[in-house]
Design a protein. Structure first.
Length: 117
């Protein structure tokens, strides 16, 4: 069973930066394209960014393009999300997982990001 543990969230002022981590255990994730998702209060979970298994390809939602950078360290079985120029609308709980709903591993507890204006 794969366990995903997200960390690195916090409270930051608008314009600030945070770096999130998603550490996987129970299986090597190097062959999987991994995604970051977020869920704001009262809203559905949405995808934010994705990175291929090798790290050579990255994908971003329009709302974060140019501000967020996804990366991975397969030696550490960890995926990262560098978030710059944060906005209040980025406030959400952030999670990582696979894309296809039927293949996803159990969701982790997520990490709370709060951006104050």
């Amino acid at each position: 069973q794969v366990q995903l543990v997200e960390s690195g969230g916090g409270l930051v002022q608008a314009g600030g930066s945070l770096r999130l981590s998603c550490a996987a255990s129970g299986r090597t994730i190097s062959s999987y394209t991994m995604y970051w998702y977020r869920q704001a209060p009262g809203k559905e979970r949405e995808w934010v960014a994705g990175v291929s298994g090798s790290g050579g390809s990255t994908y971003y939602a329009d709302s974060v393009k140019g501000r967020f950078t996804i990366s991975r360290d397969n030696a550490k079985n960890t995926v990262y999300l560098q978030m710059n120029s944060l906005k209040p609308e980025d406030t959400a709980i952030y999670y990582c997982n696979l894309w296809a709903e039927a293949l996803r591993w159990p969701w982790g507890q997520g990490t709370q990001v709060t951006v104050s204006s």
